[in-house]
Design a protein around this ligand. Structure first.
Ligand code: 4AD
Ligand code: MG
Length: 477
């Protein structure tokens, strides 16, 4: 007999039929009631064991974490809290789980403890829910762009370019590190390396994406991205997933419209497809917030926050306006910011971004027209000669969730900018070709997928929304 998913059993409209379910025991109460979960839904199915006719030996092996197969009648449950249960006629232990050693006991574990057991944490309600929501969100990304006729492009993971110019790259090499070949100048001879040049893991697929947008019109990438920035924060990963749409003929306003529409679509999609998981995550968050002082608690529940983003336009504010607001803000005057805002040109830290979003505007904010000197080389210079057509989208509890821009499409201006930053033309000859042959206005952005998952699940540490996080000093699993 084929087994049926717990989700389908619970949604079934026919009872009193013989069914088989396979899954992992969450709890076993009174030597009789198994709460069985198979990952298809947050809900367990109650399996009632006929303990009088089941050997004592077998009953002992029904422990938390064990894999079991149960066959029996799907019947309406007499117990509270569930519609159906399985009245078990045949029980088989597929895989034992030593109750003394299994780390996922049916009790509350700290998120830190669960992180150390990332291979098993997905067997908990919280991580099951997060990972199902993450999966649905990634499908939503494809659904949105595919519906709009965007072409999905797989940009290379190994590249010679540093798109962001931040120098935060993981090098890729097959050279023997204990015996590096040197050239005549005594430097490492990368001509002898696998690719015959210096290469690294990509920090962004944008530059390659742009070349495709300048042929296919509308493209998006969705892939792993690597940054060796040594920031051990709750919002940074060394390996994360980024979605980068790029659209020919879009200016910055159209880019903002696209980003806003896209984010609202994927959030709505998750709310439609994952109501039970999100409801569970909402109650988890409420529980977590109880331990915080009143002033730090969120005014909205998780679903209220998600609805708020769907129902309200993102506030669009220029960098210059934002600096004025921050300079005059109470925390700045009272020196409460770690980095005080004194003058125009300062880079914004996440404390400033969160002040703008959470305290001042109380809604998602799109900041635009940043000073050229704090942004990447490829952004279009404004007429004022000092700001660029950049945009960052800031979210409550997250800070920056999107970074994007209108691109510098003028060959001469771009080359000039690269010169001042010491970016060699020869290295990006192919990128410059897009400006040599049929250049046009175009724009795009990057959405950090884990930051989106953070927002939608109401989790607060980015390590908890990716299966196996990569962070400084941590590459376990
Ligand atoms: O702002 P960033 O650096 O922009 C780019 O990479 C552009 N090439 C995007 C484009 O225009 N096509 O990164 C984009 C987003 C950030 O807003 C953030 O959400 C996320 O990527 N991000 C990270 N997420 C997790 N861990 C990190 N270390 C991240 N760095 C950036
Ligand atoms: Mg950015």
């Amino acid at each position: 007999m084929r087994h049926t998913k717990v989700k389908d059993l619970l949604n079934s409209s026919v009872t009193l039929q013989e069914v088989n379910a396979k899954g992992w025991v969450r709890t076993f109460r009174n030597n009789q009631f198994i709460a069985l979960n198979d990952g298809s839904t947050i809900n367990n199915i109650q399996c009632v064991v006929d303990f009088e006719n089941t050997p004592e030996e077998t009953l002992k092996r029904i422990t938390t974490g064990a894999a079991v197969s149960v066959t029996g009648t799907l019947a309406e449950s007499k117990g509270a809290g569930q519609k159906y249960e399985i009245q078990v006629s045949k029980l088989e232990i597929l895989g034992d789980s030593d109750p003394e050693k299994f780390p996922m006991q049916p009790k509350k574990h700290s998120l830190e403890f669960l992180r150390e057991n990332a291979h098993l944490r997905v067997r908990t309600n919280t991580f099951g829910a997060i990972m199902r929501v993450r999966s649905i969100l990634s499908f939503a990304v494809h659904s949105y762009f595919q519906q709009k006729g965007f072409v999905y492009v797989n940009t290379p993971i190994i590249t010679g370019a540093d798109a962001e110019g931040a120098g935060e790259m993981f090098q890729v090499t097959s050279l023997p590190l204990d015996n590096l070949p040197k050239n005549e100048e005594g430097n490492i001879d990368y001509k002898k390396d696998f690719f015959g040049k210096h290469t690294n893991l990509t920090v962004s697929g944008q530059l390659e994406g742009e070349t495709f947008a300048m042929a296919l019109g509308q493209i998006y990438t969705f892939g792993p991205t690597f940054r060796a920035e040594n920031s051990n924060t709750s919002r940074h990963l060394a390996e994360f997933w980024m979605i980068e749409p790029e659209v020919a003929f879009n200016d910055l306003d159209a880019n903002m419209d696209l980003a806003e529409d896209f984010i609202q679509y994927v959030i709505k999609y998750a709310m439609d497809k994952c109501p039970e998981d999100l409801k569970f995550l909402e109650s988890r968050l409420l529980e977590e917030e109880k331990s915080k002082p009143q002033a730090e608690r969120s005014e909205m529940t998780l679903l209220e926050k998600l609805n708020f983003v769907l129902e309200n336009n993102f506030k669009r504010v220029s960098y210059t306006e934002a600096i004025d607001i921050l300079r005059d803000s109470t925390p700045n005057k009272k020196k409460k910011f770690q980095y005080s805002i004194d003058e125009w040109g300062a880079d914004l830290q996440s404390e400033h971004e969160r002040y703008l979003v959470e305290k001042h505007f109380k809604c998602p904010v799109i900041l635009f027209d940043y000073p050229a000197k704090i942004k990447a080389f490829y952004m279009r210079l404004n007429e004022d000669g000092k700001t660029v057509r950049a945009m960052d989208i800031l979210f409550p509890g997250i800070g920056e969730i999107v970074g994007g821009s209108q691109r510098e499409e003028r060959f001469d201006v771009l080359v000039e900018k690269m010169k001042t930053l010491g970016i060699h033309e020869e290295e990006l000859w192919w990128y410059l070709d897009t400006r040599r042959f049929g250049s046009a206005v175009h724009s795009g952005f990057g959405l950090g997928f884990e930051r989106l998952v953070l927002f939608v699940t109401g989790m607060t540490n980015i390590r908890d929304v990716i299966p196996f996080p990569r962070t400084p000093m941590n590459a376990e699993f």
